[in-house]
Every structure is written in structure tokens, then in C-alpha cells.
Ligand binder design. Structure first.
Ligand SMILES: [Zn+2]
Length: 116
């Protein structure tokens, strides 16, 4: 039997944790959460996304999750101006792979203003 009588072997104080108080961190996390279903379903995110309005018009818009000033966001839907029919409408993202070549070209030709 041995006895250890070592003394003064205190913990080195542990790593100091950084506190994330910035709301930007929360905003980024929110954007990722919002973008995830889009990524998973094969839509382009963080750039040009083909959308379809309620009247069936196809056009390309910039869809940046969490950052939108020109459209009223309703989760999956957005309310914004359709440059094809020149009217306001609800639009939803469309998978590029679901479009025919002709539809894709049409959507590429019709882009709305380049502001998210
Ligand atoms: Zn339209």
C-alpha cells in the first residue's frame, strides 16, 4: 500500500468559454435552418432560384434565406412582383430539374430586380 501525498495539483483552470452574444449568430443559424429544406429538395439557394407565380409564370429571382427586403415572406411562399405578368403574386421555388429546357430558358430570361 502506497499513499500519495501530492499536494497542489489543482486544475489548470479549464478553457475559457467564449460567449456569443451577437444576434448575427442567431440570424445565421436561422438562415441555415431556413435554407436546409431548400438544399435537401434540390433547389438552388443563396442565389438565383426559379420560382413560379400563382398564374404559372416562371422567372428567376434571388432567394437568400433570411434576407429579403422586396418580398413579404411567408415561409415557403413569398409575395412579390412577377416580372412576367407584371403583377403581384405568391411565388414558390421550382426545382430546375422539374422544368423542361424551354421553361428553364424562359425562367432565365425573366429575372426580377437584382435585390434580395
Ligand atoms: Zn405571374
Amino acid at each position: 500500500m502506497r499513499m500519495y501525498t501530492e499536494s497542489g495539483g489543482g486544475d489548470p483552470g479549464g478553457a475559457r468559454r467564449r460567449r456569443f452574444r451577437r444576434p448575427a449568430v442567431i440570424a445565421t443559424a436561422g438562415a441555415i435552418i431556413e435554407a436546409l429544406p431548400l438544399w435537401l429538395r434540390g433547389y438552388g439557394v443563396g442565389g438565383n432560384v426559379v420560382v413560379r407565380c400563382r398564374q404559372g409564370h416562371l422567372f428567376t429571382t434571388i432567394w437568400i434565406p433570411g434576407a429579403s427586403v422586396k418580398a413579404l415572406r411567408l415561409g415557403w411562399w413569398r409575395f412579390q412582383r412577377c416580372p412576367v405578368g407584371r403583377h403581384w403574386s405568391l411565388v414558390t421555388p421550382v426545382r430546375r430539374s422539374d422544368l423542361t429546357g424551354r421553361e428553364r430558358r424562359f425562367a432565365d430570361k425573366h429575372q426580377d430586380i437584382r435585390v434580395p
